[in-house]
Design a protein around this ligand. Structure first.
Ligand code: SF4
Length: 286
């Protein structure tokens, strides 16, 4: 990487969080002993999201069975799912007066259902407390149990079903060694086939060294499996052990990708340097 590429461009400067709502979000999550992807992945939007009273809860622990090179979440041998977690997430949703909740998890290849039943239990517990609450799931690829996971999640609908493709297939060996591009597409396809009315969603990070034609191919692949929603953001190195940024993509280029994505038929598009799959996920339109 050249020095000029390493310098952080002005458009990537972000304020850190402060204020009453930020403090309340922090306090609620801490008191209830909940993990978030916001902190575990060092998300640059934490100040903004938490100050607006929203956060993405990370269920099934903070230790992942995979070791993606773009991610700062710890990896190793996770603990069994905590049966008290669904009630704690429900309490959080109540205390934060949420209307929309994004739930994600680490990869749990150690569990026979990949953690699907825990996702379901969290949704059902929340819905009992807050019947109006809307959900978005950001799930792992359910490696060997995709059909089973979909069956298990069925009674917890409605929700937006998200699974991130993360990068172009050529970069999977370096960025996502435990993943498989086709497997990720298959999951989105199976979800769409099982639940045609459910919005499916994915996200891709730019700046890892992918080419424009590779990005276009991924967008086409996602549309070919019926993916409705797309989030496109700048990869930022979350810690010193993660992959270096290869390129900072200027905001205008993200706008161009947004236009391309809309032309391809995505019905919900977010594309900007700070876009993450859960960022402004509650927005209803393009
Ligand atoms: S974009 Fe998502 S992960 Fe990042 S702070 Fe906001 S809610 Fe958390």
């Amino acid at each position: 990487m050249t020095e000029s590429k390493r310098k952080f461009p002005d458009w990537l400067k972000r304020r850190i969080g402060s204020g009453q709502t930020f403090a309340h979000t922090h306090h609620t999550l801490d008191t209830l002993g909940l993990e978030t992807i916001c902190t575990n992945a060092n998300c640059p939007n934490r100040g903004d999201c938490w100050s607006r009273g929203t956060a993405t809860v990370l269920i099934l622990g903070a230790i992942c069975t995979r070791n993606c090179k773009f991610c700062s979440v710890a990896h190793g041998k996770p603990l069994p799912p905590d049966p008290t977690e669904p009630a704690r997430v429900a309490q959080m949703a109540k205390e934060m007066k949420l209307n929309y909740l994004v739930i994600t998890s680490v990869d749990r290849d150690d569990l026979s259902d990949g953690g699907a039943s825990h996702f379901r239990d969290v949704i059902l517990a929340c819905r009992k407390e807050l019947p109006h609450l809307e959900f978005e799931l950001l799930v792992p690829d359910f490696r060997d149990c995709q059909d089973k996971a979909i069956e298990i999640l069925s009674p917890a609908r409605p929700f937006v079903f998200g699974h991130n493709i993360e990068t172009v297939p050529a970069l999977y060996p370096v960025a996502r060694p435990g993943g498989d591009y086709r497997r990720s597409l298959n999951l989105l396809q199976k979800a769409k086939q099982a639940w045609p009315d459910t919005q499916t969603k994915s996200a891709i990070m730019l700046g890892l060294g992918e080419t424009d034609s590779q990005i276009t191919a991924v967008l086409n692949d996602l549309r070919s499996v019926g993916c409705d929603r797309i989030a496109i953001g700048q990869y930022l190195q979350p810690d010193k052990n993660s992959l270096d940024v290869v390129e900072f993509i200027p905001p205008e280029k993200f706008d161009a990708w947004a236009n391309n994505a809309k032309k391809l038929g995505f019905t919900w598009v977010q594309s900007s340097p700070f876009t993450r799959s859960s960022y402004h996920a509650e927005k209803k339109t393009l």
